[in-house]
Ligand binder design. Structure first.
Ligand SMILES: [Zn+2]
Length: 241
């Protein structure tokens, strides 16, 4: 195994084995520019260093750690001040799991300091093409709550001027998704997003990264808002604009 220092990380090493795992199993990683790769590698190494990643029926090896960290760090690639400081632990389950002891099995959950993920769903999301990613969803909840409030408004670190439009856009888009669901129309964003602004932010984040063309066509204002918040434009990155 060859290893090299991660540029600018201040900690951690990066191995060619890690690079190979991410290139093989994470579709977005293969598409990143050289500059983005230089930023995300230290972020992933830092996440793995800092967070406790626990397995439940699944072995937590380098690949499992990398896949969890890659999902988290894709969201914050261009938000350097956001390092998931409140997040302490990620529980990884082999597949759908029961969270509340009520017989209801789920694929992910986020609390103030803790995220839980179904690993098979995370793997599928990172392979790309499904338009869904439970990792993006739950880590978006972590971003939302990093100011202490679970309200669909994350701290707006890159562009604080978004504050004015954020609530207006989210409220209007939530009303549109609710109206479509009530009318029995198909929706680009999961109908589960109708539960609240915070669910809309999390579900819209999945579509923003995984099916950006659909989101921009169906919800252009929401696409623009998320592009400003994440300081990323997945359509431009994919060479489709
Ligand atoms: Zn959610």
């Amino acid at each position: 195994m060859t290893v090299r220092e991660v540029k600018g990380a201040g900690q951690g090493i990066w191995s060619e084995v890690w690079e190979q795992i991410l290139m093989t199993d994470v579709a977005f990683f293969r598409r990143l520019s050289v500059r983005s790769l230089d930023r995300i590698r230290p972020a992933i190494a830092h996440f793995i260093d800092e967070k406790e990643i626990l397995g439940h029926g699944v072995e937590i090896d380098d690949r499992a750690r990398l896949l969890v960290a890659a999902a988290a760090c894709r969201l914050t690639l261009n938000i350097p001040a956001e390092t998931y400081t409140r997040l302490r632990c990620v529980d990884v389950y082999a597949t759908l799991f029961e969270d509340e002891g009520d017989g209801h099995r789920i694929e992910g959950n986020a609390r103030l300091h803790r995220v839980s993920l179904a690993f098979d769903r995370l793997e599928a999301g990172l392979r790309g093409g499904s338009g869904e990613n439970v990792g993006y969803h739950e880590f978006a909840h972590v971003l939302d709550t990093s100011d202490g409030l679970f309200d669909g408004v994350p701290p707006l670190l890159v562009d604080p001027s978004l504050h004015r439009s954020w609530t207006l856009v989210l409220e209007a888009e939530l009303a549109r998704v609710r109206a479509a669901v009530e009318a029995g129309e198909p929706t680009v964003i999961s109908r589960h997003a109708t539960a609240s602004e915070s669910e809309l932010f999390a579900y819209a984040t999945e579509v923003f990264f995984e099916a950006p063309t659909s989101l921009r066509e169906a919800h252009p204002a929401l696409y623009t808002l998320l592009a400003k918040y994440y300081a990323q434009d997945p359509l431009a990155a994919a060479g489709r604009v």
